[in-house]
Design a binder for this molecule. Structure first.
Ligand code: SF4
Length: 378
């Protein structure tokens, strides 16, 4: 019986999928196949996951414009002009894990800080004053300093001010997700970072994060706990990006089928410079755009999230095509909104204020939405 995505993955091998995509990339017949898929999509046929592999292949870049137009139409039809705005609130940069790509890693000598409940409240209110009603709480992997009880006290304090409180914290057990749901948490973001088991081992050197399947099955535990929204993704730059995107799409499709009441979102953060993180592999803007566009076509109902990791130029071009949710005015260090002295997780590229983002959206005839759709304004 398939209880978790890790069971489901027994039938798929990262390496085999990688090989399949390489074959599509180099086969001259792929162009013909993509044209056939395009024709079918225009005749309302949904692509299969095997066909999706063609849509994220290098030959598909020759059809980027056609694919973008299809993605645009699907997005407007399913989501109208709404773009949901949210802001991250880093509660802590303390972490017991060592991930080679992250500024918060345990062995980095950085300025550490965990906000008190009062400080977290003040930070949240700064965002609230600017109109934000959808907040994402983040921590490192420090189960003691940022315990479930600590998180629950914060969410209980904030729930009357925010229509949606999400968490992007260390992996929890199903009953802990259930408990936090009763304290106001309605969504979970958890990126697998990499679906490549060999790379996963290489980049996760210490801590709970070393347990790949415990992380992989987090969205299942949150789904069983009936969280309203679950966000997944991969950190592009750790392994082969096309194969990572193929896995993310497979994972999202699995979650959509299994937890049909839960809204699934996808984000594809690209690796960014951070404290002691160098040699960032480049995923080209072209290929990166293709990934979002192809996902929109393959999974028309998933939310697509684009954060302030990306440049204003890239975000402004991409948002109207297929994005449904963006962060705004972000700081990635605990206490960043109040001006505390602590180290950020990574450098952001889009430093515009929330009001500047709102202006930009309006100019593009998009509707900035502050309140998550399902809940009434508080
Ligand atoms: S990615 Fe998360 S778990 Fe890994 S070092 Fe950074 S904060 Fe810690």
């Amino acid at each position: 019986m398939i209880r978790n995505f890790s069971d489901y993955l027994q039938n798929f091998s990262f390496h085999e999928i990688y090989q399949k995509i390489q074959d599509i990339n180099s086969n001259p017949n792929s162009y013909k196949k993509i044209e056939q898929i395009l024709y079918d999509i225009q005749n309302e046929e949904k692509p299969t996951w095997e066909e999706f592999l063609y849509l994220i292949s290098k030959p598909a870049l020759s059809y980027l414009e056609d694919l973008a137009q299809i993605a645009y139409k699907i997005t407007r039809k399913r989501f109208g002009n709404a773009i949901l705005l949210y802001s991250p609130l880093y509660l802590s940069n303390e972490c017991k894990s060592i991930c080679t790509y992250c500024g918060f890693r345990y062995d980095n000598q950085i300025k550490r800080k965990t906000l008190t409940i009062e400080e977290a409240f003040q930070e949240a209110m700064i965002l609230h004053k600017q109109g934000i009603r959808h907040i994402l709480l983040l921590t490192g992997e420090d189960y003691r300093n940022t315990s479930v009880s600590y998180l629950s006290q914060i969410t209980e304090t904030l729930q009357q001010y925010f229509s949606s409180i999400g968490i992007e914290v260390y992996p929890l057990r199903e009953e802990e997700y259930r408990f936090l749901r009763t304290k106001g948490v309605d969504s979970l973001t958890i990126y697998q970072e990499t679906y490549d088991p060999i790379r996963y081992k290489e980049v996760h050197l210490q801590g709970v994060k070393k347990r790949m399947n415990f992380r992989l099955d987090c969205p299942d535990r949150a789904g069983r706990a009936e969280l309203r929204k679950i966000g997944i993704g991969a950190l592009l730059g750790l392994s082969d990006p096309q194969t990572e995107v193929a896995m993310v799409a497979l994972h999202a499709q699995y979650l959509q089928k299994k937890y049909w009441k839960t809204h699934i979102t996808i984000s594809l953060p690209r690796l960014r410079p951070a404290e002691n993180v160098f040699n960032i592999p480049k995923v080209s803007d072209h290929l990166y755009s293709l990934f979002f566009i192809a996902i929109r076509i393959f999974l028309p109902d998933v939310g697509l999230v684009l954060s302030t990791r990306e440049s204003p130029h890239f975000r402004d071009g991409m948002i109207p095509i297929c994005i449904t949710q963006i962060s705004a005015g972000s700081r990635t260090e605990p206490g960043g909104y109040s001006g505390y002295d602590s180290t950020e997780q990574f450098k952001i590229e889009d430093n515009r204020s929330i009001s500047e983002i709102v202006e930009m959206l309006k100019k593009k005839q998009l509707d900035p939405v502050f309140t998550d759709w399902v809940y009434a304004v508080k």
